[in-house]
Write a protein of this length. Sequence first.
Length: 208
Amino acid sequence: MKNLIILNHPIVQRDVTLLRDKKTPSNQFRSILRRVSALMAFEVTAALPLRTVTVTTPLARTKGKVLARPVVLVPILRAGLGLVGGFVEILPDARVGHIGLYRDEQSLKPVDYYFKVPKNIREAVVFLLDPMLATGGSAAAALTYLKNHGAKTLVCVTLVAAPEGVRQVHKIHPEVKIYTCALDKRLNSRGYILPGLGDAGDRIFGTE
Ligand code: PRP
Ligand code: URA
């Protein structure tokens, strides 16, 4: 699949297995998600542009590199919040926007309830964060919203994706790169990813 990148690092894959395990309780789920999201952040930022600056060490002046563009992180509430801690560890200067969406249980369509994004979204590289890409309705709606608010460079970061969701996002936003740690088999009749890891929001926040 074009513009789909699978993060195959062994530590990432080990952590995805721990997150899939139904015996992993909420407290462990949260800390594993934080760790794996930092590793994901490291991988998905590999192509960020740099610019050269002068830096003075205790001994001499030399050239160094800094990120050429600002970075904005946008988690989709609720489950996307689970990825923010790891991302800001790697990107401490990132600004953070929020998009509140939940899936209607019958129609599986996203229902929006909150939007707040930083002003520098136009010039920033924007990482949309959500652990689950199922039907793709939530991610596609969030990307449309971000484009309508001026975002030009968008990257979608997920932990587990279904082929249906990747196809749906790329039908509407073909240029957006999707990073995921696992491309699973399919959706079940209730729109859950198989094998997946269950309801990510419930597992993070202990609301199941
Ligand atoms: C989950 C998940 C995604 C969405 C994915 O959120 O975090 O946002 O479902 O499904 P889709 O690809 O079919 O749109 P949910 O709606 O359960 O809300 P929550 O995070 O508040 O629990
Ligand atoms: N949302 C989740 O949290 N899990 C799924 O499998 C699908 C949507």
